[in-house]
Ligand binder design. Structure first.
Ligand SMILES: N[C@@H](CCC(=O)N[C@@H](CS)C(=O)NCC(=O)O)C(=O)O
Length: 226
């Protein structure tokens, strides 16, 4: 069924990883998967531009349908394959409200993380300011404390929006994994650390683990003092 799906992706890209986890959770293995190299600028190739005029990955196609925003692709897959694989949108109003809330808050977490770990990538050398980076770091710490508190409130063994895996985990876990890849301390953030350990064992996550992380398991220590 997934043979009519194509995903162009880059290793370690949280937006790409979201879609890969969603595909796994919905039992849509066997899609056409093309790993592109950021170093070789393959995300700016015509093949990507034909699907995504921004020249970004993920670039996802299902038949003639193009869905190139990661959140959109994940929601599309859930809605199109509702009764297949893991149910990612709970039925109850309360559970749904929390799931939607945390799912979209995940974008803020990603933004705040990116403003720190990709600071030198985003900001040209002559425009960098120590004070600006410090402000971004403080904003990230405040954000991390929120998520640590959410998990604490839900109790041990919980997922990000409750006792079951949901869309929130599909889209936010890649950000959490990236935080730890960049040196976040599980001692300082024990709830996030436990959540990371729990999700790491999920078959969908294992099957989609970034290949260059497998090749080189040691990440950076950018966030070790946060
Ligand atoms: N909002 C998009 C963001 C996609 C995105 O930022 N992709 C990055 C990789 S993580 C990319 O392709 N960057 C290359 C570029 O922007 O030129 C989504 O969630 O799908």
């Amino acid at each position: 069924m997934a043979q009519d799906m194509t995903l162009l992706w880059g290793s370690g890209s949280p937006p790409c990883w979201r879609v890969m986890i969603a595909l796994e959770e919905k039992n849509l293995q066997g899609y056409n998967s093309k790993l592109l190299s950021f170093d070789k600028m393959e995300h700016k190739s015509q093949q990507v531009l034909d699907i995504n005029p921004r020249g970004q990955v993920p670039s996802f196609k299902h038949g003639d349908l193009i869905i190139n925003e990661s959140y959109a692709a994940c929601f599309y897959l859930e809605s199109r394959f509702k009764s297949q694989g893991t149910k990612l949108i709970p039925d109850g109003a309360e559970e749904q409200a929390l799931m939607f809330q945390r799912t979209f808050e995940g974008l803020t977490l990603y933004e705040k993380m990116a403003a720190v770990i990709f600071y030198t990538y985003y900001v040209p050398e002559g425009e960098r300011l120590e004070a600006a980076l410090k402000r971004n770091e403080e904003a990230l710490v405040a954000e991390l404390k929120l998520w640590e508190g959410y998990l604490e409130k839900l109790g041990s063994g919980s997922y990000l929006a409750g006792k079951s895996v949901s869309m929130t985990d599909v889209v936010v876990f890649p950000t959490v994994a990236t935080l730890f890849r960049f040196g976040l301390s599980a001692e300082r953030y024990p709830k996030l650390g436990a959540y990371y350990a729990l999700m790491k064992e999920r078959p969908s996550v294992k099957a989609s683990w970034p290949p260059h992380w497998l090749e080189n398991p040691k990440g950076q220590d950018t966030l070790k003092d946060m």
